[in-house]
Design a protein around this ligand. Structure first.
Ligand SMILES: Nc1ncnc2c1ncn2[C@@H]1O[C@H](COP(=O)(O)OP(=O)(O)OP(=O)(O)O)[C@@H](O)[C@H]1O
Length: 233
């Protein structure tokens, strides 16, 4: 379970995140939507202890992320390209991440094999450094690396960005399957309302750092409310 308590982050007079209380239950797929500058990335950075909050905290399975490192053992994330190492090939990078998780090269390769459809023969065996891959393929390397250890908590910032339509569809299938198989809690931000409603069990709408709507989508019924909300904007 993820618990956000009295979480505030401001930049000067600008409120980036202001969430008094919010709980994300185990096994939920939470879609985070909101217009540009709403605070989605800031919230994810606070959840991953990449930013210091002005006040409040985030706990993952009762661990305050800013006070302990142990949540990292069961959390996988990909926010942006700063998570990658440009001078490695994808194979080298996967092995590097695999080693941190205690996997042998063979174990890492076996885990990566499961994503071969998503990688579509454009990532493995290309003899290219990550810096020379297309933006979409770099995005895929980051997403696969986040899932490599099969973490119980997954945080992905705009994972559909840069992906072609087939890959967007594969990613939706992949995340739903992953959630079904592992009961992982998955947090995904996106500007694509269709993708968000397709995969999420619950959707949070963020505006000026505040969660202003919290919509149940277990029956896939959130799209009308979301369309209506963003039409009003
Ligand atoms: N390092 C920073 N310095 C100053 N202001 C910042 C900084 N990072 C974020 N902000 C501000 O905080 C607010 C939230 O930004 P954030 O990037 O979290 O929004 P977002 O919802 O992820 O936006 P987008 O959909 O455009 O990616 C914005 O007003 C942004 O300008």
């Amino acid at each position: 379970m993820i618990l956000i308590h009295d979480l505030k982050k401001t930049y000067g007079s600008k409120v980036a995140v202001d969430i008094p209380e919010y709980t994300i239950a185990e096994g939920e797929i939470l879609g985070l939507v909101g217009n540009n500058g709403a605070g989605k990335t800031t919230l994810f950075r606070l959840m991953l202890d990449l930013l210091k909050a002005d006040s409040g905290n985030v706990t993952i399975n009762d661990i305050d992320v800013s006070r302990s490192e142990s949540w990292k053992n069961f959390t996988g994330a990909y926010l942006d390209e700063s998570f990658l190492i440009d001078y490695l090939t994808p194979e080298e990078y996967f092995c590097f991440v695999g080693k941190m998780c205690g996997f042998t090269k063979a174990e890492t390769e076996e885990r990566i094999e499961a994503y071969s459809r998503f990688m579509a023969d454009e990532i493995i065996g290309q003899k290219k450094y990550i810096r020379n891959l297309s933006a979409g393929n770099r995005q895929k390397v980051g997403i696969i690396s986040a899932l490599l250890s099969r973490p119980a908590v997954v945080i992905l910032d705009e994972p559909f960005n840069f992906l072609d339509p087939s890959s967007q569809s594969s990613l939706k299938h992949l995340l739903r399957e992953y959630n079904r198989e592992t009961c992982a809690t998955i947090l995904v931000s996106s500007h694509n309302l269709t993708h968000t409603t397709d995969i999420s069990t619950r959707i949070a709408v963020l505006e000026h750092g505040v969660i202003i709507r919290d919509i149940d989508n277990t029956e896939g019924t959130a799209s009308e409310e979301l369309e209506e909300y963003f039409r009003r904007e």
